[in-house]
Design a protein around this ligand. Structure first.
Ligand code: DC
Length: 252
């Protein structure tokens, strides 16, 4: 029988613009794993709070809203791999604004909020496996992940990437303002007392400055595949496509 703990997880963490979302999606699609974009959950909650007039500093009420969020991740198409719905309304684009990202960062400092979202995140851990991206996937949410990656890049590179992403979506914002807001968000995410943004002790830190997405994806897949053990025929019905080997400590 498959227990959630037996389902393999690849955790990909990092700051804004480190490329974790794109890399996680590509890795998941390459090996047929499910995907958890944990930042989207914080963004949906931030949007729900704004819409319902809940203060972003009211941890208890935010946690209550989080527990009752009617959020759905619907498989998408080539334009949008996943559509996100809140109370049956499509909010895929609405949660991607910088305002929503900053609000998400603000509410994420609250331990009540983090606790309330934990179970939802664990529920994504289903066969054949999960690629989870965020800030604390390897350190808090899935500490037993068999691969933990922490992506970094220089502040300039990250701001340029984010700027490009926003422009592609038709959102015009100056790079200077974006850099300032990203620095502020990073500082808050790093300095909060609960689940701060930092590499798990056994994470492989990959500096993506100057690397293209293909190279980073190949590196993550290489690490993942080196730790995969394919099940024997008797274990095929376990649901998982492989059993994980003992985590290997590694630094680059
Ligand atoms: O990854 P993102 O930019 O969509 O995340 C938005 C904010 O949500 C981020 O600044 C901090 C918070 N977050 C978090 O605290 N923990 C996570 N695992 C993911 C996101």
């Amino acid at each position: 029988m498959t227990t959630p703990e037996s389902v393999p997880v690849i955790a990909i963490d990092g700051p804004v613009g480190s490329g974790k979302g794109t890399v996680a999606r590509r890795v998941a699609s390459e090996i047929g794993f499910r995907l958890l974009d944990s930042g989207a959950l914080y963004r949906v909650l931030a949007l729900a709070a704004r819409t319902r007039g809940v203060s972003l500093d009211d941890g208890e009420t935010l946690a209550r809203v989080a527990r009752n969020l009617a959020v759905a991740f619907v498989p998408g198409d080539a334009t949008n791999p996943v559509y996100i719905r809140l109370d049956d309304v499509d909010i895929t684009d609405e949660i991607r604004t910088e305002q929503c990202g900053n609000d998400a960062s603000r509410i994420s400092v609250r331990s009540e909020v983090r606790d309330a979202l934990l179970e939802r995140q664990h529920a994504f851990r289903r066969p054949p496996g999960l690629v989870a991206d965020g800030r604390d996937m390897g350190s808090v949410v899935f500490p037993d992940a068999f691969v933990k990656i922490f992506l970094t890049a220089t502040a300039r590179t990250r701001a340029d990437r984010r700027h490009k992403q926003l422009m592609a979506k038709g959102i015009d914002v100056s790079v200077t303002r974006l850099s300032r807001e990203m620095a502020e968000r990073d500082r808050r995410d790093r300095e909060r007392t609960v689940a701060p943004l930092k590499p798990a002790k056994d994470a492989v830190v990959v500096d993506t400055t100057g690397l293209d997405v293909d190279t980073v994806v190949a590196r993550v897949l290489e690490i993942a595949r080196s730790r995969m053990v394919w099940p024997s025929s008797g274990e095929q019905d376990s649901g998982a496509c492989f059993v994980r080997s003992a985590p290997v400590r590694e630094t680059t």
